[in-house]
Write a protein that binds this ligand. Structure first.
Ligand SMILES: *[C@@H]1O[C@H](CO)[C@@H](O)[C@H](O)[C@H]1NC(C)=O
Ligand SMILES: *[C@@H]1O[C@H](CO)[C@@H](O)[C@H](O)[C@H]1NC(C)=O
Ligand SMILES: *[C@@H]1O[C@H](CO)[C@@H](O)[C@H](O)[C@H]1NC(C)=O
Ligand SMILES: *[C@@H]1O[C@H](CO)[C@@H](O)[C@H](O)[C@H]1NC(C)=O
Ligand SMILES: *[C@@H]1O[C@H](CO)[C@@H](O)[C@H](O)[C@H]1NC(C)=O
Ligand SMILES: *[C@@H]1O[C@H](CO)[C@@H](O)[C@H](O)[C@H]1NC(C)=O
Ligand SMILES: *[C@@H]1O[C@H](CO)[C@@H](O)[C@H](O)[C@H]1NC(C)=O
Length: 356
């Protein structure tokens, strides 16, 4: 009798435990399912067609639809007054240098230009030095329009932050926002992006089960691969920004360049990292050293796996479709080289060693 009651009480206890377990299990399962669903929908949005990112950009425009987001007469912002910088001063770049830590660096990265390298080095640095700094990924699938992106920037700009994501240029009216970016030879970037979207990279990002039949020459020949360049990343959300033949998009992109601290070059990764460190010496102290320490392994894990060199005919055809992007690329190259020259002169003048 006693044993029976005792057993019964015990099983009431077990039932309660079981109930609690069930609740915990349900909560965790739900969280897991939600995450999986979210990842799945992300994966769907991230899915590239032969045209790579351009599908994504079109998706943006077709799903937003509210044209009032694209007020092109809205004032452009700047952390720096460029017109006052470019004076008759060979050390004009000194005025670009941003001391202190309290900045929000917005890196609206062009895909396949090496942005993961910069951000992963910066993240290590932020953690390593226990510096007041955060590295955030801008979830661009969720913030496909200017007002929401702007809100995201504002909400996440506590202390010093590096935000990286493949988002379009969105002006912020506050000096603490600092824009940086990087570009690369348009044809090379396009091809890299294409192969990445077909086969992923050695980091297993975006890994697909593609048959290896896809190659750039066939794709261009069959008219499946028509690049439109990367001007929208600098031009912004205005629908005309994604028109690869609209000169206005180029002009707007060049105007917006003035709001960037600088735009580096994938082909000159060492210089780019060095320039970044010198322009923001407190926030990115030690960046170059950290980058050098990790460069080889980063390159290995972020490089795209399959690459067949395109024929000269393919290259010519691709260039034809990206005339304005090439103009932009040339302007950026020239400006970057001027900036680097100036910084080197400054180092010599100030009796400093170009840190290495
Ligand atoms: C666009 O921005 C300008 C400058 O801020 C403002 O005067 C104008 O009202 C804005 N137009 C719209 C449609 O929001
Ligand atoms: C930028 O600097 C120039 C020259 O110093 C000045 O005339 C102009 O008003 C400044 N612009 C802004 C937006 O601060
Ligand atoms: C720049 O400075 C040099 C020498 O100081 C001077 O000769 C030249 O006229 C200046 N140019 C401008 C555009 O102010
Ligand atoms: C890739 O596809 C082939 C043919 O459809 C299939 O046999 C193979 O198992 C797939 N591999 C993976 C990793 O899904
Ligand atoms: C955008 O493109 C359309 C079509 O080419 C043109 O009518 C319109 O004027 C353009 N807008 C701007 C701001 O360039
Ligand atoms: C793109 O821009 C060109 C040149 O301004 C224009 O002729 C063309 O109609 C535009 N295309 C679209 C789809 O707006
Ligand atoms: C392709 O172009 C490069 C440089 O323009 C040249 O050196 C090479 O011989 C060309 N290849 C072919 C197959 O025509």
């Amino acid at each position: 009798m006693l044993d029976w009651r005792h057993g019964w009480i015990l099983s009431m206890g077990s039932l309660k435990t079981l109930f609690v377990c069930l609740v915990v299990f349900t909560v965790f399962s739900l969280a897991f399912i939600m995450t999986a669903l979210r990842n799945n929908s992300m994966a769907r949005i991230f899915k590239h067609n032969d045209k790579g990112i351009y599908k994504l950009l079109h998706l943006k425009h077709s799903t937003i639809g509210n044209k009032e987001n694209t007020n092109i007469s809205a004032p452009v912002t700047s952390s720096l007054n460029v017109s006052s910088i470019h004076s008759n001063d060979s050390l004009w770049c000194r005025k670009k240098i941003l001391k202190g830590l309290d900045y929000v660096v917005i890196y609206n990265a062009v895909p396949k230009t090496g942005s993961r390298t910069i951000s992963s080095v910066a993240r290590v640095l932020f953690n390593h030095h226990k510096r007041k700094g955060r590295s955030l990924f801008i979830p661009y699938t969720l913030y496909r329009d200017e007002p929401r992106l702007r809100l995201y920037y504002k909400k996440n700009s506590a202390g010093s932050t590096l935000m990286r994501g493949h988002s379009l240029y969105t002006p912020m009216l506050d000096r603490k926002y600092v824009y940086i970016n990087m570009i690369r030879d348009p044809v090379e970037r396009y091809i890299s992006h294409l192969y990445y979207s077909w086969y992923g990279d050695s980091n297993n990002m975006n890994k697909k089960n593609e048959t290896k039949k896809n190659n750039i020459d066939n794709c261009v020949k069959e008219g499946r691969c028509i690049p439109t360049g990367y001007l929208p990343f600098f031009c912004g959300f205005h629908p005309n920004c994604s028109n690869a033949t609209d000169r206005w998009a180029l002009e707007k992109s060049v105007t917006n360049l003035d709001n960037y601290l600088f735009v580096g070059l994938t082909e000159k990764m060492d210089d780019t990292i060095m320039v970044l460190q010198q322009l923001m010496p407190d926030l990115f102290k030690g960046l170059f050293r950290e980058y050098k320490r990790k460069a080889a392994s980063l390159k290995k894990s972020y490089s795209t796996i399959v690459k067949q060199p395109p024929s000269n005919k393919t290259i010519a055809k691709l260039k034809e479709n990206m005339v304005l992007t090439y103009e932009f690329y040339d302007i950026v190259k020239e400006r970057f080289s001027e900036l680097k020259e100036c910084l080197m002169q400054r180092n010599t003048r100030d009796q400093r060693v170009y840190p290495g």
